[in-house]
Write a protein of this length. Sequence first.
Length: 143
Amino acid sequence: MSLDKVLSISGKPGLFKILTQTRNGFVVESLLDKKKVNVTMQNNISVLSEIAIYTLTEEVPLRQVLNNIMEKEDGKPTSISPKDSKIKLEEYFFEILPDYDEDRVYASDIKKIMQWYNLLQQHDMLDVLEAPSEEKEASSEEE
């Protein structure tokens, strides 16, 4: 599985895994409680592979930020809680991504990224971070 198959749905807690595509949306499974839900295109859906974090120079893909957390934590859950104070969250995120744009990346964004990382870690899905599918396709086309 890749980050292309993992969704965040506005108004619903946690992350969702795409099971199948329907005529007007998707059937997804919650990573929190394993319930299957039908999601239409009217819902505000974000695919994790399309999310990027603002830095002072460019936008960094979420995959890279989650990889940085995984390297710092050695594949274990985050060392601080997403419910910690704004200052602790910002200090932690500064260690992960030193040049993130403090004006455009809010504490709520940091909290959400940490929750997503912990959820992926709990479900042994950190392997989705390792190799983007675009790189695999590009290397196979070159051969």
